[in-house]
Design a protein around this ligand. Sequence first.
Ligand code: COA
Length: 152
Amino acid sequence: MQIRRLDIKEQMPLELLLLADPCKEMIETYFARSECYIAEIGEQVVGVYVLLPTRPVTIELVNIAVREEEQGKGIGKQLLRHAIKVAKEKGCKTIEVGTGNSSIGQLALYQKCGFNMVSIEKDYFLKHYPETIYENGIQCRDMVRLSLDLQT
Ligand code: COA
């Protein structure tokens, strides 16, 4: 498997991006201002992540997704570690990510890679997403924000 930056002339892997964020309009809004990296096995794109600079030395991981058939094989962790490396190389001091209160696997992944919880945006998903979201039998209501200090 290789991870590389997607060229601006290449098509965005929308099907994969939608796995992490069901709102196409939201994806299109941040995609234009972000850097996108893809994981490929041969010709097939199996994973993606997107980094958006938000403040002078802060970058946000706004999307990370692995093709459903390839999940649970360590690709997500490799993508996240790659994103952390890229953020460090850019001179960023902090990398941030947000996920739902019901996203148990994602919360595990981020914390296993060193992220700490910093805040909760109450009712974020109720306010910004028209459909009711359930994961792991839990209603997704709040956005849990996590960050990793890249200087330590
Ligand atoms: N409880 C505890 N640990 C869990 C877990 C759970 N419910 N679910 C996953 N994990 C752990 C795994 O055990 C693994 O840790 P380990 O290597 O120490 O065993 C780690 O999380 C990541 O596993 P990995 O196989 O690298 O993840 P993946 O390739 O399946 O990718 C996602 C993870 C989240 C990118 C993938 O599941 C995905 O694309 N989901 C849909 C899109 C999405 O939700 N994106 C994130 C939006 S916030």
